[in-house]
Design a protein around this ligand. Structure first.
Ligand SMILES: *Cc1c(COP(=O)(O)O)cnc(C)c1O
Length: 457
């Protein structure tokens, strides 16, 4: 048999023309979003003041299995997609494992991550509706960069509330966003009511995604012709990210392999949800039974130590409530270099699949072990991985070592969500041995759980 190439890249014609909505095949649906005022399930129209109408409709649609990707979105996708599916031959050899290791690499666009897949879609629908500006939050900066690119392409103004810790740590992220025309504000800021309130009780806070979301929503709802967009967690974002899994599945079919184990890092769940979507369809419909693993930081362990409960999606408690694995909307994780994985909650779709046993496993990893894997991967595969993505690398290496020990020849697929060029402070602290592996105590987690809203039933 011919040797499988290092990189499989589909042709433009082979690129999927539709997104796949995983909810259409779920046995049971995630619990509905609740209106925080009435505690009743949210109706689609109630989301219109916050989200674009078509995105609100996608958010609430659990029956349409496939959505056509609009032509203008496909046109932009074609500038950086299809993304490569790579075989990690060098890593396999180094580990002396019989496992086949594949990764889907989403870091070859300027945002340096998979986030552009949803940013382009969201900016497109906003433009189509005649809006003139958007607001959003960003943690590590990848989402803010992706949305800045998309907004500049479609001619929309953008305000980005960037978590203060990252803002200070990654000044060049800000410069990239400004290059695309975005206005970047460190959050919490004194430009919003909710930001000022958070600063009053916690003046030295390094911020959190939850705070930044509250500020971005306030700005959107107080600015005419403006809406808020979010880069993860939501059903619509998982829908757009299904392109990752759909491409991966076609590429794996072309080389005649099917993954036994599929691994993704999990912050809000969008890359993992997108990567596993068509493989989860196989599991739900009984066609195949791959083993899915979510990997999260030990410092922000929503799946492994969180509660499955209704919670706000933001710290300011203004969003609808979602039933999800959460550490509590008041939880602020200790500073951690994987900024994109510092969210208190988890996608309601993934939460439900995990709760019901379809998402098989969640693991947490400590920072230095994640960076051990990142550095090894960089040396062997010549890609400098993002700290977030390196959580998946850590787990893929652990699984490949397990195969070496058991002699099993498994096929492993993981999501390499992005590159780490703006994370050199993190790499530097790893090299200097100043990186800490802080894990929150049960008492600290209790404080977060105490912030969970009381919801009956
Ligand atoms: C944002 C981000 C993540 C985590 O977000 P998810 O929604 O969980 O996918 C992972 N990797 C990179 C590179 C990111 O930018």
């Amino acid at each position: 048999m011919a040797k499988i190439p290092h990189r499989v890249i589909l042709t433009e014609d082979q690129m999927p023309k539709q997104w796949y909505n995983l909810r259409a095949d779920m046995k049971e649906q995630p619990d509905p979003l609740l209106n925080p005022g009435t505690m009743k399930p949210v109706r689609t129209e109630e989301l219109y003041p916050i989200f674009c109408e078509e995105l609100a409709q996608q958010e609430m649609d659990s029956t349409t299995r496939y959505f056509d990707i609009p032509e203008p979105v496909l046109d932009i996708y074609k500038m950086y997609r299809p993304s490569p599916l790579c075989r990690a031959y060098h890593l396999e050899k180094y580990l002396d494992t019989p496992a086949h290791i594949y990764y889907k690499f989403e870091g070859s666009n300027t945002s340096g991550s998979h986030k552009l897949n949803s940013a382009v879609a969201q900016a497109y629908y906003a433009k189509k509706q005649g809006l003139t500006s958007l607001t959003t939050e960003t943690g590590a900066g990848q989402w803010g960069t992706a949305l800045s690119e998309a907004c500049s392409y479609f001619g929309l103004d953008l305000d980005v509330f960037m978590v203060k810790g990252s803002y200070n740590q990654k000044p060049y992220r800000k410069a990239v966003m400004q290059t695309f025309g975005a206005n970047v504000v460190a959050s919490p800021s004194d430009t919003t009511k909710v930001g000022r309130a958070i600063l009053e009780t916690n003046p030295d806070t390094s911020g959190s995604l939850g705070c930044a979301i509250s500020e971005a929503i306030e700005k959107a709802t107080t600015t005419p012709n403006c809406r808020y967009v979010l880069g993860s967690v939501l059903n619509q974002v998982l829908l757009h990210q299904s392109i990752i899994g759909l491409e991966s599945k076609i590429a794996m079919e072309m080389i005649g392999e099917y993954p036994d184990i599929i691994i993704g890092c999990a912050g809000g769940g969008s890359n993992l949800g997108g990567l596993i979507a068509p493989f989860m369809q196989d599991k739900l419909t009984g066609k195949a039974n791959p083993h899915f693993i979510a990997v999260e930081p030990a410092s922000c362990p929503s799946l492994t130590r969180g509660r499955y409960a209704y919670d706000f999606c933001d710290t300011g408690r203004v969003t609808p409530l979602a039933k999800m694995y959460t550490l509590g909307c008041g939880f602020i994780p200790s500073p951690n270099h994987a900024g994109g994985l510092r969210y208190h909650g988890m996608s309601p779709i993934l939460s439900k699949l995990y709760h019901d046993g379809y998402l098989d496993e969640a693991r947490s990893a400590e920072q230095t072990k994640v960076f051990d894997a990142a550095v090894l991967f960089a040396k062997l595969e010549t890609i400098l991985p993002a700290p977030e993505s390196s959580h998946a690398i850590r787990c893929a290496i652990d699984e490949a070592i397990r195969c070496r020990e058991s002699g099993e020849q498994k096929t492993i697929l993981f999501g390499l969500t992005g590159t780490g060029y703006f994370d050199m402070t993190a790499y530097q602290s790893y090299h200097d041995h100043t990186m800490n592996d802080y894990i929150p105590t049960d008492e600290e987690l209790e404080k977060g759980f105490a912030s969970l809203p009381q919801v009956e039933g």
